[in-house]
Design a protein. Structure first.
Lengths: 433, 173
């Protein structure tokens, strides 16, 4: 059988297995291994698995995954950012829709230090929702704000999605982190704009919150100052070329441990709980990455990757249309698959196409990640909504999906702007040392 | 998926070894890993300007150990990344068949991985393969990887046998 045909059959089989619910790791690695076995032999396939596991498992680049996850887990488990929303609302809470805008900023900052959209959705759902409901904010707007803003954690550094992209495509992770800042900030502004527009249109949707004195405002800052400094050191260190992402992750973990110890919120039990979650998540990610490499090798060996690229290029699609097509594909996949799964599944195939079409590697990574993040809030999967609903059961899920729809639209507009103005993602990385 | 208290015989032994590996991983290796990166980066590199030349290599080997020590526990706790859209809708025999197929496909990862890792150990031992800067021999770690892959393979195999029995008997899991 023609090797290219074997490659395509493998791809179809892999997708069928994945959609049946077979774990990504097993579906991808089994198809990759059996495919290589068919084209070459057992020993070659087994050697590929052993070599990849050995090389990638000890790869210096991969080290930042467990460390950044541990940093996020420690912040989450010690609850040292639980005051974040209370602090920001003292500054903007008195404006129409101000509490919701404070929610966007709080979610963005929480995402910036934990890197987990799921943690942001759960934590902010518990801390923010009672406050928003207390001041009679519209339930749809409230749930929409939290679910949408929590997705910022996928984009604002340190983001695991960017690390995975960097590893799979051999793109600088440091540059990817910095590339996430522009779209992340723009999205936060877009979400704030959605709130303001909604509140102008319907003032009852976001009434004014309490007014705080300047003294109270400055005093509230002390609660989030340590984490703000930590974020600036970690991301500023990467931007300034002082740290590599792995070093920055090590510094981040140390910083969180020190802050938590000073605040007397770290115990051995909490550390173990954080280490447990981090080890399991990092291991799951490692084996999915391993499987991703295996399927990539299978597609390269069969010539399928080259065939896909040649076919795409021969169509003669203009770059903007190709970007839109890829965006549409991500949007569809995002509505039925977990964002991390999409990344592992598509980057090995779409990245070579994007490079052949002349896209910038950093821009493509940022673009893909931003649009994948939309999947966190769109039905039927919309993980952020499910998590938010699990902690705020009083609001029907239907209302949550309606509430988040305007934010999803804003998200789509920002993604579209990234196609027109690639500098949104690429400008900051270009200024790095 | 078997629950921890439902294991018996060899399956229970695999569970206990896996549990021990996991506890070692999170209570000892993870703190050492995080602390070593910090010491190497902050104290040795930035404060003393004398980083360990073997530091990154050593950390990489620790990371490899961490992944494989945790792998079987991840399998036991079903910490897999999967598309749940249709999977959650499956029930009864269909779901059990999908779970069974997952185990079979998992064997295709950990079986050859373990087999090849075992095959490479004697070569590494005979050639005295060591790290570039980290000069200790690497064959013991390769052996650990082979053994832990075997452990995961056995976990999958025992789950597969157990699930096959259930599927044949038509017993609801």
């Amino acid at each position: 059988m023609d090797p290219v045909l074997v490659g395509y059959l493998g791809l179809v089989l892999m997708l069928v297995l994945i959609f049946c619910g077979i774990p990504l790791t097993y579906a991808m690695s089994a198809v990759g291994f059996v495919g290589i076995l068919y084209i070459k032999d057992f020993n070659f396939g087994a050697m590929q698995e052993a070599m990849l596991a050995w090389e990638k498992g000890g790869d210096a680049v991969l080290m930042c995954i467990p460390l950044f996850i541990l940093m996020g887990q420690l912040i989450y488990q010690t609850k040292i950012v639980s005051d974040l929303f209370s602090c920001i609302r003292t500054w903007v809470g008195h404006l129409p829709g101000g509490l919701a805008v404070a929610g966007v900023v709080a979610c963005a900052m929480f995402g910036a230090v934990t890197g987990s959209a799921y943690a942001a959705s759960a934590t902010m759902g518990v801390t923010m929702m009672p406050e928003l409901l207390k001041y009679k904010y519209d339930t749809r707007l409230s749930s929409g704000v939290i679910a949408a803003s929590a997705s910022l954690a996928t984009i604002i550094p340190p983001s695991v999605a960017f690390i995975v992209y960097g590893i799979l495509t051999e793109t600088s992770i440091a540059s990817m982190f910095i590339a996430g800042i522009g779209p992340g900030v723009l999205l936060a502004l877009a979400f704030a704009a959605v709130i303001v527009i909604q509140c102008i249109h319907n003032p009852k949707a976001g009434p004014r919150g309490p007014v705080f004195s300047w003294k109270e405002r400055f005093v509230s800052l002390t609660g989030m100052l340590p984490l703000l400094v930590l974020f600036l050191v970690v991301i500023g260190g990467i931007y300034g070329g002082v740290f590599t992402p792995t070093e920055a992750a090590g510094v981040g973990v140390t910083g969180v441990v020190i802050i938590a110890l000073v605040m007397r919120r770290l115990t051995w039990a909490i550390f173990k709980a954080a280490a447990k979650e981090s080890a399991m998540l990092a291991t799951s990610i490692f084996f999915v990455i391993l499987a991703g490499y295996l399927i990539s090798r299978f597609l390269v060996i069969t010539g399928t990757t080259k065939h896909i690229i040649d076919c795409t290029i021969s169509v003669g699609m203009p770059p903007w249309m190709l970007a839109l097509s890829m965006g549409a594909l991500y949007l569809v996949m995002g509505s039925i698959m977990d964002s991390f799964g999409i990344a592992i599944l598509t980057f090995p195939i779409l990245f070579p196409i994007a490079m052949a079409a002349g896209f910038d590697a950093i821009w493509f990574g940022a673009f893909a990640t931003v649009i994948i993040a939309v999947g966190l809030i769109t039905p039927p999967v919309g993980m952020n909504i499910f998590i938010l609903h699990s902690v705020v059961k009083d609001i029907p899920m239907k209302d949550m999906f309606i509430g988040v729809s305007w934010f999803a639209l804003a998200h789509a507009i920002v993604t579209f702007l990234m196609i027109i103005f690639p500098g949104i993602a690429t400008w900051l990385p270009m200024t790095m040392k | 998926m078997e629950q921890g208290n439902e294991y018996s015989g060899v399956s229970l032994l695999i569970h206990r070894i896996s549990d021990l590996c996991f506890k070692f991983s999170i209570s000892i290796l993870m703190p050492i890993f995080a602390a070593f990166v910090t010491i190497d980066v902050i104290i040795m590199r930035y404060l003393l300007n004398r980083p360990f030349t073997w530091g990154m290599e050593f950390t990489g080997l620790m990371l490899l150990g961490l992944f494989f020590l945790t792998a079987t526990r991840c399998e036991e706790d079903d910490k897999h990344i999967r598309v749940e859209l249709f999977y959650e809708k499956f029930q009864g025999k269909t779901k059990r068949f999908i779970n069974l197929l997952s185990k079979v496909l998992g064997l295709l990862l950990f079986g050859p991985l373990s087999y090849q890792s075992f095959r490479l150990v004697p070569d590494m031992y005979q050639t005295g393969q060591a790290g570039i800067e980290f000069l200790l021999p690497l064959w013991p770690l390769r052996l650990v990887v082979a053994l832990l892959s075997l452990l995961c393979f056995l976990r999958l195999l025992f789950d597969l046998v157990n699930m096959s029995k259930q599927l044949i008997k038509g017993v609801k899991s």
